[in-house]
Ligand binder design. Structure first.
Ligand code: AMP
Length: 382
């Protein structure tokens, strides 16, 4: 299957050729034709599978014919749970639309409302938004949703976990009757299914999560270790394996800060991103990590959304996430688009139960090992 065969038009083909995409990923070959046929789609696809292009390419194609826009009107809305992810989506959108005449606007918090209002004034083809900021624009009357042709909800499971369900429903009510809706999630949780029933009409179901090539490409390892030795083991692994770009996850902002400080004391170039850091600060840290000015980035789950680092080889779970689905998101930061990746979990007794749930979710059993010099002292480990 090629992009040409599934009906992608020349300007988009030219753009993706330049990006080096040779053929559609599974989610792309399964979703694109349905989106082009204006069907509602409910797709479960993890991050790293090419899901963003799966909705962007056909949506851009659907919007290729210019229309005179009413003031403040938008033709497509993409909502994403976090600013970082929204920024990433718009960036991808601009690269795919390089040879098309499509206008877009980014509606996220932390950026000037006035500038966004100015952009919206003349009408715009696509708005990429976080639910909170979009709501502000709706309340302000600075956006008119009556011409929306396509409504896309990305990472719906995540968005619902973050408590955006009322915002999504409100938004849905504002949309015209005959729009197309695309709902993407990493895992089809109960909450997502409930939302899908509310906002989708006769959807096409696509599930690629289980046979996800990305997770298969990720080598998952677990090291059993006592809690108090974890930071030392982490520093040892980073040093002894010469990791020069590793993303480390903690459960809370506090432990992220503490851990980053400990790693710095160990002489590692480490920094931290989490929700308490300003957007500017987070962007700056991310740039430094991308350019390998810092080698270890300690992050919480929410702050890490949308981080897309080409060729990131290692992800380490210093602590497991409270939501088992987040494990999938975390390890999806590596092994992207067919690259190999490694996901290491440092497992102490507190996280053992959660690891069992995760293994059940992924239908895998991961070998539990120990590292010499960091063996567990307490008995009931395996
Ligand atoms: P996503 O799952 O949307 O986060 O995409 C993961 C990565 O795959 C992004 O960096 C995309 O640029 C890249 N990508 C998307 N589609 C393709 C494709 N067909 N071939 C190669 N890379 C792709």
């Amino acid at each position: 299957m090629s992009f040409e065969k599934i009906g992608i038009i020349k300007p988009l083909l030219d753009a993706i050729n330049e990006l080096g995409y040779k053929k559609p990923t599974t989610i792309q070959s399964r979703a694109i034709s349905h989106v082009l046929a204006k069907k509602d789609v409910f797709a479960a696809a993890q991050t790293g599978t090419g899901k963003t292009a799966a909705f962007l390419l056909p949506s851009l194609q659907r919007l290729r014919h210019k229309k005179t826009l009413q003031p403040k009107a938008v033709r497509a809305i993409i909502v994403s749970p976090t600013r970082e992810l929204a920024v990433q989506i718009e960036k991808e959108l601009l690269s795919y639309a390089k040879y098309m005449d499509i206008s877009s606007v980014l509606l996220v918090g932390g950026k000037s409302l006035e500038t966004q209002i100015k952009h919206l004034k003349k009408g715009v083809d696509i708005a990429v938004a976080t639910p909170g900021r979009l709501k502000e624009h709706i309340i302000n009357g600075s956006i008119n949703l009556k011409s929306v042709e396509i409504f896309i909800v990305d990472e719906a499971d995540r968005m619902l976990d973050m408590g955006f369900v009322t915002d999504l429903r409100l938004l849905h009510v504002e949309l015209p009757k005959n729009h197309q809706t695309l709902l993407f999630c990493a895992t089809q949780t109960q909450k997502v299914r409930k939302l899908s029933k509310l906002i989708l009409k006769k959807p096409i179901f696509i599930e690629t999560a289980r046979e996800n090539s990305a997770t298969e490409l990720i080598n998952q390892q677990i090291y059993l270790v006592d809690k108090e030795k974890k930071a030392a083991l982490l520093a040892f692994l980073i040093g002894s394996r010469n990791m020069d770009q590793v993303l480390v996850f903690t459960k809370t902002k506090q432990s992220a800060d503490t851990l980053a400080d400990e790693l710095k004391l160990d002489g590692l170039k480490a920094d931290v991103i989490h929700g308490d850091k300003t957007k500017a600060r987070r962007n700056k840290t991310l740039q430094k990590f991308k350019s390998k000015e810092i080698n270890v980035l300690v992050a919480t789950d929410i702050a890490s959304r949308g981080i897309d680092i080409n060729g990131l080889e290692q992800v380490i779970n210093f602590e497991l996430p409270s939501l088992k689905e987040d494990y999938v998101h975390r390890i999806g930061r590596t092994g992207r688009a067919g690259n190999k990746g490694e996901a290491i979990t440092l497992l102490d007794d507190d996280d053992k139960e959660q690891m069992k749930h995760i293994e059940k979710l992924l239908h895998v059993k991961i070998l539990k090992e120990e590292i010499k010099g960091f063996e567990k002292q307490s008995k009931h480990t395996r």
